[in-house]
Design a protein around this ligand. Structure first.
Ligand code: FES
Length: 150
């Protein structure tokens, strides 16, 4: 084998529920990939819905329910462990897998096609995008200095 690259820890993936990184294929093309928790550890998938080229993790973590990855565009859900989809617009498809392994609580990229490029997405460090609606604790009123319109 050509080797492996340490990505992160199993604990990090389980706590954050997804971990975004960028890989390159053998032609040097960059693709985003995600790690998601699965019953027996972690699975890696290319960060792209099979219905349309929609990112599953748009930079704020993957939306998941009952161990299924939810596509943010049309709502199809993929099994986090098998990558299979049996519902909605993407029914009958399966996510493109990225081989990873877990050893001593560390997650390694072991794929023969995809090689690690960097942590985060393709545009990591680029535009911040819209603010989410996360509000952990704190019940202060709206004190934002920016104007957000929906
Ligand atoms: S783009 Fe994902 S279900 Fe349509």
């Amino acid at each position: 084998m050509a080797g492996r690259t340490e990505l992160t820890t199993l604990e990090t993936v389980q706590e954050s529920r997804s971990w975004l990184f960028t890989v390159r294929d053998r032609y040097g093309e960059a693709e985003e990939a995600i790690l998601v928790p699965c019953e027996d550890g972690v699975e890696g998938w290319i960060n792209r819905c099979m219905h349309e080229p929609q990112r599953l993790d748009v930079g704020r973590g993957v939306a998941m329910r009952d161990e299924e990855i939810i596509c943010p565009r049309h709502g199809s859900m993929y099994d986090a462990c098998s990558g299979a989809c049996d519902n909605g617009e993407a029914a009958g498809t399966r996510l493109v897998g990225v081989d990873v392994s877990v050893e001593d609580g560390r997650v390694y990229l072991t794929d023969s096609i995809y090689h690690f490029d960097h942590e985060g997405g393709l545009e990591d460090g680029g535009d911040g995008g819209e603010d989410g609606t996360e509000d952990d604790g704190g019940s202060e009123g709206p004190s934002s200095t920016s104007h957000i319109s929906f």
